[in-house]
Write a new protein. Structure first.
Length: 472
């Protein structure tokens, strides 16, 4: 196949179907190396290389040669095989009419819900450098079939970066591009196409992004895998970095069946705690059922979390006023939709533990917790986890998720890791590469500092990991 006859300049569509090829770039060994695409491909060719690249010869430029293409000479852009309209939303009031459809696409993961992410934007989206950039994908009938819940963060040094709503100190896990599973391919293709066409100089209709930084992605997320493969095929640079896993317990039908999954020593410890604290009436678990009880539970959570973290020489999550403001609003909204459980544990009439749990699709997510430092001899972290697991099994929940953090105690509860990753996508420009190198250097420095802190003491996470000793 020769491209000498291809017209210079304009992009032409080639109806390739079920294309799969190997891509290798010697200067970017961290890139994904296999791409599978179904749909149409747009092809543009650098004039000096178009005669030789796909003829099996080495291209006439300095780009790294691929088996079938040179990424810096050719640009492949996925086009949807069926009509999908992408609309960019830049103001939160535009999103309110989409709330019900948005939550249907979130499929019960509260961190992806309209309530969680819209509250995050109103709390953290302030400032001249941030702009809402939510992409809505609409099918031929006008129905919402996909959402990319992003915002644009633009700074002179960092460039124009697209990130997930819910990022930063809120630590939202399982973030993703949301879509109807029956429309996954056309939605992903349309978003990739929109991004590829949008990666130009910013205008009133273009973001002019030069980097996507997407944190908290489930490594097994099929939708995100399609997005990443499509962006790579479109000529962008894609890298992933492993991060702390989320840990999930798959729950059986009964408490006794669950206990049989544990080690003999851990099973013995839990039965002792049941007898000494719950069966005796010394320990009581409370659930917030209305706004007044929610206020009491949140106050206890903030107090206990900060007391515990301070006792360890740490700042604590609730030292941030914006973090407190976000959860004061979001907790009320999730309670109203049935997606929040705030629990606290009384021991001999004193509150010694509290936990903020998020509910959805049969899963309990243990998001944030706190314990009374002076009550450690009673193991309040283990007690509240025991009671929460019993409650989840009684309600026939299918799983209990400790969320991110690779603390050893989670495996003792028979949780299994679900690998997570941070994703970076770059336009292939010199400036984008420079910014990425600076960002990577900063990340490596932070990792060294964290390693030093870990050697000197415990590092705070979220969920029960912040308050619980390792189980035997």
């Amino acid at each position: 196949m020769r491209l000498a006859e291809a017209p210079a300049g304009p992009v032409r569509a080639l109806p390739f179907l079920n294309i799969a090829w190997q891509m290798r770039n010697a200067r970017s060994p961290g890139l994904r190396n296999r791409v599978g695409i179904t749909g149409c491909i747009s092809l543009s060719v650098r004039e000096s290389c178009k005669d030789r690249t796909l003829a099996g010869e080495t291209p006439a430029c300095d780009c790294a040669c691929a088996v079938l293409m040179a990424p810096r000479c050719l640009r492949f852009v996925m086009l949807p095989p069926q009509p999908i309209r992408i609309e960019r939303f830049t103001h939160e009031h535009q999103l309110a009419p989409l709330r019900a459809q948005w939550n249907a696409l979130a499929r019960g993961v509260a961190f992806r819900s309209y309530e969680w992410l819209e509250s995050w934007w109103r709390t953290y989206g302030v400032g001249p450098n941030r702009q809402l950039c939510v992409l809505g994908a609409f099918g031929a009938n006008g129905r919402l079939v996909g959402i990319a819940p992003w915002y644009l963060d633009a700074t002179p040094l960092g460039g124009r970066v697209l990130r997930f709503l819910g990022s930063g100190e809120v630590c939202s896990d399982y973030m993703s591009v949301l879509c109807d599973v029956n429309q996954r391919d056309p939605v992903c293709a349309s978003i990739v196409h929109w991004l590829s066409m949008d990666a130009e100089q910013p205008t009133s209709t273009r973001t002019g992004w030069n980097r996507l930084e997407l944190d908290g992605v489930d490594a097994a997320d099929e939708t995100m895998a399609r997005i990443l493969d499509g962006m790579l095929a479109a000529g962008h640079l894609v890298s992933t970095r492993s991060r702390a896993s989320c840990w999930r317990v798959h729950l059986p039908e009964s408490w006794d069946a669950y206990l049989q999954q544990l080690s003999r020593s851990h099973r013995k410890q839990l039965r002792r705690l049941e007898r000494n604290y719950f069966d005796s009436g010394r320990a009581l678990l409370h659930l917030a059922g209305n706004e007044r009880e929610l206020g009491l539970g949140l106050e206890a959570l903030v107090r206990l979390h900060q007391r515990r973290r301070t006792s360890l020489g740490e700042r604590g999550a609730f030292a941030s006023t914006r973090f407190i403001d976000f959860h004061a609003e979001t907790a009320q909204r999730l309670l109203a939709t049935g997606n929040l459980r705030l629990v606290w544990l009384e021991l001999d009439g004193q509150i010694v533990a509290a936990e903020y749990q998020v509910l959805g699709d049969g899963v309990v997510y243990a998001y944030q917790s706190g314990i009374e430092p002076t009550a450690l001899s009673h193991e309040p972290g283990r007690l509240i986890t025991l009671a929460s697991l019993q409650l989840a099994i009684a309600e026939r929940r299918r799983a209990f998720d400790f969320l991110r953090g690779d603390e050893a105690y989670k495996a003792h509860w028979r949780a299994v890791p679900r690998p997570s990753e941070d994703v970076t996508i770059l336009r292939d420009t010199r400036g984008a590469r420079l910014r990425q190198n600076l960002s990577a250097a900063g990340h490596n420095l932070k990792s060294l500092l964290r390693a030093g802190l870990k050697r000197s003491g415990e590092i705070a996470g979220h969920g029960a990991n912040a308050s619980q000793p390792t189980a035997g």
